[in-house]
Structures are given as structure tokens and as C-alpha cells.
Design a protein around this ligand. Structure first.
Ligand SMILES: O=C(O)[C@H](O)[C@@H](O)[C@H](O)[C@H](O)COP(=O)(O)O
Ligand code: SF4
Length: 601
């Protein structure tokens, strides 16, 4: 099938917009690659330090022609999705040794669990932790003794931060290794129902705790289709995982076989062999277009609308919100996974998963097939599935059809003809709304505004019984400069209760939501933010605001905003406590959310 004209048009537009930065980036990568085997430039002293603790691997390491893998790990016990990484370094070192190479943990990177910090002060460090992860990974790789790298990370800001580092070190090959989703527990919609019952005061904390613990119950990624699992989708659509690696549960033989296969592949694609595949050749405009198409086709997390521009910029590719909007307009919504539906990622994977989607979208001309991937040339191979044969990974053709059309539908007969995310613009600036999780009759909301400066104030107003009419809830001073742009997902149960009571409700904020946020229409990432005196700072209680996801508009009606003075807020409290003291330099230097909210890129 020929490439859809709009996919070609957007790709060409990105390539033209990126020409200067991309050429500069690729020249830098070429110079680094020309230096040859990394370890051959180090003094004997440098090398002795690097190998001192490596025991039986020392001899191999002293031979600069033996490929050496740098492991960047985001292991910790705080994220259920990252806890399985505890055992990966031993597995990778053993697999590398068996394949005639070596592997060393180059360094660790921090990883924040947004589920632990959701609604807490710590969430104000969440977005900034992405750039800290990129910096930390660079510290590990800067030892410069690696011919290839493997990146152990799954969750929200961790994959984006690691991709920013992998792009910066794009002259060496890199493969991302997932840990896989936890097995299914209490269904996500039942968890959400129990939360709403608690918000209404109908049940106590004991019953709520029991439901939460039954939902989040073991090692592996949470099973809703939030940012973490959207990241896994990206790594397959962009060719940085082995095909079909994303949604194999941790602690299974196939999971370990995939980790071994990725290690072997990381050794095969170094500059010391005949299949050199540096990350810089994978992360081009086509890979990012493929990633955005995957995001739209799966109804993925709105957080990737912030992270993808930052990831792309690290590789000299410049994305714009318009690219997301145009690709969404031609990409069918093929999957319904919570919060877009009742299924979780295990059910999605069983129904055919990412391999089925990639095959369908390639056949529909909605993906570039001629891309480089860690598994080799061409995206077609990602429609295959990994099977375990005699303890090793072997690939077989994918299902070729959906095994459950309530979860996964063909590109030609989708749930919705357009993708799950819509760009918004109007006299309030620019923003984005995730429509895939919102009932069609709620895609347009027009109501009086009620303005808040914290999410706690919204909950207090709800508890005081003040929210009894159709309302556009405006929560401002939640942008990156104000307080690090925390997720306001903790508002979801409260707003959902108001919506279930029959009120027309929408959220408008310069903050962001969780990938797990769903049913309440929300205009998020509104730029310029209130702290930059954006139009959102001019809204007053009672203004009539119209949010229209069908036309992509967000505006205040019947008011001349130019006559108003921007509201201000006392943000000094955001500078202390839970480590926020250390992030003042981030709040001062962070870029626009629409351009990736970058600090280091
Ligand atoms: O963007 C995301 O996907 C979220 O940040 C997610 O990683 C976060 O952990 C949610 O808060 C979990 O959902 P609950 O908070 O509803 O458990
Ligand atoms: S998906 Fe979210 S809640 Fe689950 S482990 Fe990852 S960051 Fe934590």
C-alpha cells in the first residue's frame, strides 16, 4: 500500500523544519563514530579502573575488539514496573559473555513512580525528573568504554529521558529492554468505581485500600494504558525494542529469553561488526512519525505530546503540535484499552497487540516501513511475534487478525476514524485534549468558569457542596515554571462524580493529566502558562468558556481579554520541601510545554 499522502506531507514538513539541527546532530554523531572502538582511546590507567572489578571478564575487556555493552538501569523497588530489573544485569552479563562480549553496568538513573507521588508534593519533581534521567544516563555512558548500550526503563519519564540520552550518545547502538506488565488484577474500571464511592463518602479507607492493593498487586507495569505502556508502544513503533517485547509478563521464560536475545543483538550491531546500527540512524523523522501514529491509533497518553518533542530534539528532529494534530486526523483509533475501554494491556496483547496494529497500519499506508530498527531494516518485522523454542526466541507471523474486536479493531473498521488526541487553540492559547476516553456527547462543553490555583482547592469546593452547576473548572499556575507541571489526575474521581450527577463539566489547565486519566473532557498543557502571563491568567469566575474538541477550539466568549490584568499567585511555597529546593534552576529554565518542556534540550 502506498504511503498515505498526509503521512508523507507531515514527514516532509518535519524533515524540512529539522534540516539545520538534524545535519548538525548527524555531523556530531559521524565524528564520534569515526573515532573507532571506544576503549582504544583510554590510557592504561583509565582502563584498569574500568575493568578492576570485572573478574573473569578482564581479559576480554582489555581486547578493544571485544564488544562491551553499557547497561543503564532504572532499577528500584518503588516502581512495580522497574522492580524486575534487579536481576537483569546478571542476565545481560551472562548472555554477553556467552556471545563473546562483555557487559558492565555503566550507571543507574532515578525513576519516580507517579502512582506513589500522585496528588503529593513529590509530583512537582516528576516532569523535571525526565531531564535528570537523561543527565544521569549521560554520566554513566561518559565512561566511554562501551560499543553498545542497553537501557532498562519503562515508566512515564524514564523512557523519554533514556531516549534523550540514547540520542545524545547516538553514535553507539542502543536497545531498550522492557520488564513487561504485571498480570491482571482488579479491573481498572472497578478500581475507578471504588474511588468514586470513596469520593462520595459511601465507603471508608479500608475498602478503598483493599481495592487499590488488588489492582496494583505485583511486579510489572500497571495494566492501564497510561504513559508507561504508551512508552512501550513507542519503542516498538520506533524500532528500539525487539519486536513483540513490550507486553510479555515479568518472571516468565519468554521474558528472560527476550532479554538474552536483546543482549546478543546489542553485540551484533556495534561498529566492530558488519551490522552497525547506531541509534542516530534509527531516531529520524520517520521513526517519530511512526511513533506519533502509534500514539494516535492506540489512544495513548497525553504526556507523550510533551515528551516526544523533547526526545526528537535530542536527535535534531523538531516536532510541532500541528504534526500531532495532522497525524491524528488521518489515524484510526484501533484500540480500546483502559481508560479508553475496559480491557487492560494483557487483554490487548492477547487480542493481537502491537504486532497486529503495526501490520494493519503498514497495510493501510499509515506507517513508514523503510525505517532502521534495532532488529534490522524495515518495520514489517514488528508485525511478527516472539515464540519460545528450546529456551530461545524465534519469530513467527503475528495473528493477522484481532482475536477480540471489543478491544482491537482493523484499521479499516476502527472505533473512531481519527486518533485519540486533538490539538486545541483559541483566545486561551494552545493545548491538547484526549478525546478517545471521553464520550462523544461530551466533546463540546460550554459553561461558566470557576477558577482555582490548586487541585486541593477544587476538592475543598466539592466537599463544601459548591459545585452544583455546569462548570468549566480552571486550575492554573500548574505549568512547568509555576510548580513543575504536576499531573492533576487526583481530580479525576471528583470531576467524574460531578459528571455522573448529570453536570456538564470540563477541566482547563496549564498543568497535565495522567495517561490513566479519562472520562472528563480536559484541555491540558494550555500554553503560555499562567506564570508567563498567558491568557489563562486572565480568566475570571463566571466567564463563559467553550471547549470544542470537534473543531479543536478553546476560548472565553464575550470578553475582551486585552482589557484585563493577568492574575498572579504566590508561588514561593513551591520552592521548598521534598527536594523542590534543588529544582529552582529547572523552574527558571524550563521551556514551553508545547515544545517539550525541556531543560537540558
Ligand atoms: O501518566 C501516567 O500514566 C500516570 O502518571 C501513571 O503512571 C500514574 O501512575 C497514575 O497516577 C496511576 O494511576 P492512579 O494514580 O489512578 O493509580
Ligand atoms: S505505571 Fe505509573 S504507577 Fe505504575 S509503576 Fe509506572 S509510574 Fe508507577
Amino acid at each position: 500500500m502506498p504511503l498515505h499522502p498526509k503521512i508523507a506531507e507531515v514527514t516532509d514538513r518535519i524533515r524540512a523544519r529539522s534540516e539545520g539541527p538534524r545535519q548538525k546532530y548527524m555531523d556530531t554523531m559521524a565524528r564520534a563514530a569515526a573515532e573507532g572502538p571506544r576503549r582504544s582511546h583510554l590510557t592504561c590507567g583509565n582502563q584498569a579502573h574500568a575493568y578492576a572489578a570485572m573478574g573473569g571478564d578482564k581479559d576480554a575487556l582489555t581486547d578493544a575488539r571485544t564488544p562491551n555493552i553499557g547497561i543503564i538501569t532504572a532499577y528500584n523497588d518503588m516502581l512495580s514496573a522497574h522492580q524486575p530489573f534487579e536481576t537483569y544485569p546478571d542476565l545481560v552479563r551472562a548472555a554477553a559473555r556467552a556471545a563473546g562480549g562483555t557487559a558492565q553496568v555503566a550507571g543507574g538513573v532515578p525513576a519516580m513512580c507517579d502512582g506513589v507521588t500522585q496528588g503529593q508534593t513529590g509530583m512537582e519533581l516528576s516532569l523535571f525528573s525526565r531531564d535528570v534521567i537523561a543527565l544521569a544516563a549521560a554520566v554513566g555512558l561518559s565512561h566511554n568504554v562501551f560499543d553498545s548500550a542497553v537501557y532498562l526503563g519503562v515508566c512515564d519519564k524514564i523512557v523519554p529521558g533514556l531516549v534523550m540520552a540514547a540520542a545524545t550518545f547516538g553514535y553507539i547502538p542502543g536497545i531498550f529492554m522492557p520488564a513487561g506488565p504485571m498480570v491482571s488484577g482488579l479491573p481498572n474500571d472497578e478500581k475507578a468505581r471504588v474511588r468514586q464511592e470513596f469520593a462520595k463518602g459511601n465507603i471508608g479507607r479500608e475498602e478503598l485500600m483493599a481495592a487499590e492493593m488488588a489492582s496494583y498487586h505485583g511486579p510489572g507495569t500497571c495494566t492501564f494504558y497510561g504513559t508507561a505502556n504508551s512508552n512501550q508502544m513507542l519503542m516498538e513503533f520506533m524500532g528500539l525494542h525487539l519486536p513483540g517485547a513490550s507486553f510479555v509478563n515479568p518472571g516468565t521464560p519468554l521474558r528472560d529469553a527476550l532479554t538474552t536475545a536483546a543482549t546478543e543483538r546489542a553485540l551484533e550491531i556495534t561498529a566492530l561488526g558488519n551490522d552497525y546500527t547506531p541509534v542516530c540512524d534509527i531516531l529520524d523523522e520517520k521513526a517519530f512519525v511512526n511513533g506519533i501514529v502509534g500514539l494516535m491509533a492506540t489512544g495513548g497518553s497525553t504526556n507523550l505530546v510533551i515528551h516526544l518533542p523533547a526526545m526528537a530534539k535530542a536527535a535534531g528532529v523538531i516536532l510541532d503540535l500541528e504534526d500531532f494534530s495532522d497525524l491524528s486526523a488521518v489515524t484510526p483509533l484501533m484500540a480500546k484499552v483502559y481508560p479508553n475501554g475496559l480491557a487492560d494491556v494483557n487483554h490487548f496483547h492477547a487480542a493481537g497487540g502491537l504486532g497486529y496494529m503495526i501490520g494493519e497500519l503498514l497495510n493501510a499506508g499509515l506507517l513508514h516501513d523503510d525505517t532502521k530498527t534495532v532488529a534490522g531494516q524495515g518495520l514489517e518485522r514488528y508485525s511478527q511475534e516472539p515464540k519460545l523454542v528450546d529456551g530461545r526466541v524465534q519469530y513467527a507471523p503475528g495473528t493477522g487478525k484481532s482475536l477480540n474486536e471489543k478491544i482491537l479493531r482493523p484499521a479499516a473498521d476502527p472505533f473512531q476514524p481519527q486518533g485519540g488526541l486533538v490539538q486545541l487553540s483559541g483566545n486561551l492559547g494552545r493545548g491538547v485534549i484526549k478525546t478517545s476516553a471521553v464520550a462523544p456527547e461530551r466533546h463540546i462543553v460550554e459553561a461558566p468558569a470557576r477558577v482555582f490555583h490548586t487541585q486541593e482547592a477544587v476538592k475543598d469546593a466539592f466537599k463544601a457542596g459548591e459545585l452544583t452547576q455546569d462548570t468549566i473548572i480552571v486550575v492554573r499556575f500548574q505549568g512547568p515554571k509555576s510548580n513543575g507541571m504536576p499531573e492533576l489526575h487526583g481530580l479525576t474521581p471528583t470531576l467524574a462524580v460531578l459528571q455522573d450527577r448529570g453536570l456538564k463539566v470540563a477541566l482547563v489547565t496549564d498543568g497535565r493529566m495522567s495517561g490513566a486519566s479519562g472520562k472528563v473532557p480536559s484541555a491540558i498543557h494550555v500554553c503560555p502558562e499562567a506564570a508567563d502571563h498567558g491568557p489563562i491568567a486572565l480568566i475570571r469566575d463566571g466567564d463563559i468558556i467553550r471547549l470544542d474538541a470537534t473543531t479543536g477550539t478553546i476560548e472565553v466568549k464575550g470578553v475582551d481579554l486585552s482589557t484585563r490584568t493577568p492574575a498572579t499567585a504566590d508561588l514561593t511555597g513551591n520552592g521548598t520541601g521534598v527536594g523542590r529546593e534543588l529544582f529552582e534552576v529547572f523552574r527558571r529554565n524550563v521551556g514551553l510545554a508545547a515544545a517539550g518542556a525541556g531543560v537540558v534540550v
